[in-house]
Design a binder for this molecule. Structure first.
Ligand code: GLC
Length: 480
């Protein structure tokens, strides 16, 4: 029997231990899906023990500690393990993860210090355990220094002779742009003079990782293509085109057990494709909870998620303003940039009978919204994959979204007979308003609408297929 593949999986966050965004969902689900494959690879998931993680709740077992070299004196890494739903996690603590430090800070020099320390400590951990990884699978700029390290300071280390690397891009514009000095302080050099990277990118962790990685992937085929264009490539498009042969898109999945309207304990009424009348009851309860007019015949439009420029909340607000004379109600739920939060609050203030804005992160209310709202607005300016459109479809909440990246790959527009939602070509208020109007009209035809809902609910967005694709990439790296 051949030995199982050994995979070192690195991420800045992994749900349910620590979750800020979609990366946390992916790092919390993909390793388990990989482990469930018949080939049962051996995976070690390593994440930072961030300062704001509640340690008392976690049942942490101390494992080992060791120094990581730094220009100003070695920094001790302490490693703990914990078991969550049969998955063993390795958490790395140390001075860079001071108490109360958020997972991400706007200061990428500070984050550079944290995540370079983490990346190097994760590699050192495998040596301490004498566990030679076949694959290092890093996510985003935070763990890209580990990929870069294997091609530079650890290049001649026989321990990593057989370690190949995959770097997954969850969000290209986050390059770790200020992290260069932090990497240098840990002994990681910038790109060599023959580098194909543009000059400005040669000391940034994500570009360096992209250059060093054996293969690169992103989280949807659509975004993999977009990354090669000027509009989405953040200046790296030419470089990425030079790596096109090693670049692919693998769609994220969702955890079908965690997101299941027929068993979700947060819902007043559970339902499936055949019991959509229960969904209607959820809507009535939801409208009452939100303090909106409890008229189920009025379409309810939802926005759920981070209030960040990428997500186009401002476009949603402008678009809704354009059609404020039409009959609809809307709810906004999420947190993010102060200025965007303020715009969403202002909309509710201007249209108090129509709009409710709730500025908080609330997974439970989010579930009741997926199960009660009629449409979910996803006006992202770019979207590597996006998870909420998949969750919403599973709950029979019809997506109205920009035709970009993973949104385009997962939603079929109403112009097609097998439609599951609505797409607009450009993230702009007028296009959004026009498309919403289309959806509002269709909503008046209940049979048609139920068809849309049911087709969305029947989509298979499970992780299994994606895990298989990742496994194939790992295998292809071994034979390269
Ligand atoms: C990032 C992307 C999002 C993707 C997620 C997980 O948050 O913005 O599109 O779904 O990562 O890969």
């Amino acid at each position: 029997m051949t030995e199982p593949l050994k995979i070192l999986f690195l991420a800045a966050e992994a749900a349910p231990l620590v979750k800020v965004g979609g990366l946390g969902d992916v790092a919390g689900a993909l390793p388990a899906a990989l482990q469930a494959l018949p080939e049962s690879p051996e995976i070690k998931v390593v994440i930072p023990l961030h300062g704001n993680i509640n340690r008392t709740k976690l049942k942490l077992e101390p494992l080992t500690s060791f120094p990581i070299a730094h220009r100003d004196g070695a920094i001790t890494a302490e490693v703990f393990t914990t078991l969550v739903s049969d998955m063993k996690y390795f958490l790395i603590a140390g001075d860079p993860f001071e108490a109360e430090t958020p997972v991400y800070s706007p200061d990428t020099l500070l984050d550079g210090h944290k995540f370079t320390f983490f990346s190097l400590a994760a590699l050192e951990l495998t040596k301490q355990l004498n566990w030679q990884p076949d694959i290092l699978h890093a996510q985003d700029w935070h763990t890209a220094p580990a990929v870069h390290a294997l091609k530079t300071i650890l290049q001649d280390d026989p321990f990593f002779d057989n370690t190949s690397t995959l770097l997954t891009v969850h969000n290209l514009p986050y390059l770790g742009d200020q992290a260069g000095p932090a990497m240098a302080a840990f002994g990681l050099p910038p790109a060599k003079s023959g580098s194909r990277l543009p000059k400005w990118a040669r000391h940034m962790p994500l570009p360096l990782g992209l250059e060093a990685a054996g293969k690169i992937n992103t989280v949807s085929p659509g975004y993999a293509n977009e990354m090669l264009t000027k509009a989405y490539g953040v200046g790296l498009e030419k470089f990425l085109r030079s790596r096109e042969a090693d670049l692919l898109g693998i769609l994220n999945g969702i955890n079908l057990e965690r997101w299941d309207p027929s068993g979700d304990p947060q819902l007043p009424f559970n339902y499936n494709q055949d019991t959509l009348q229960n969904r209607e009851k959820n809507k009535i309860e939801l409208l009452a909870e939100l303090g909106l007019d409890p008229q189920p015949s009025l379409p309810l439009i939802a926005y759920i998620g981070r209030m960040a420029g990428q997500k186009g909340v401002d476009l949603a607000i402008q678009g809704l303003n354009k059609i404020k004379h039409l009959p609809w109600q809307a709810v906004f739920l999420g947190t993010g940039e102060e200025q965007i939060e303020a715009q969403a609050l202002q909309l509710a203030e201007n249209l108090p009978a129509k709009v409710k804005t709730i500025i908080r992160y609330d997974d439970q209310l989010a579930r009741r919204i997926y199960a009660g709202a009629d449409m979910i607005l996803i006006p992202s300016r770019y979207e590597p994959c996006g998870l909420i459109q998949m969750i919403a479809m599973r709950y029979g909440c019809v997506p109205v979204a920009t035709a970009t990246g993973g949104l385009k790959d997962t939603i079929t527009d109403a112009a097609h007979p097998d439609s599951t939602g609505y797409l607009f070509q450009r993230a702009a208020p007028a296009q959004l308003a026009k498309t919403l109007k289309r959806a509002l009209n269709d909503f008046m035809h209940p049979d048609h609408w139920r068809g849309l809902q049911r087709r969305g609910m029947a989509q298979d967005f499970s992780w299994e297929g994606s895990a298989r694709k990742y496994f194939q990439v790992y295998q292809s790296l071994l034979t390269d």
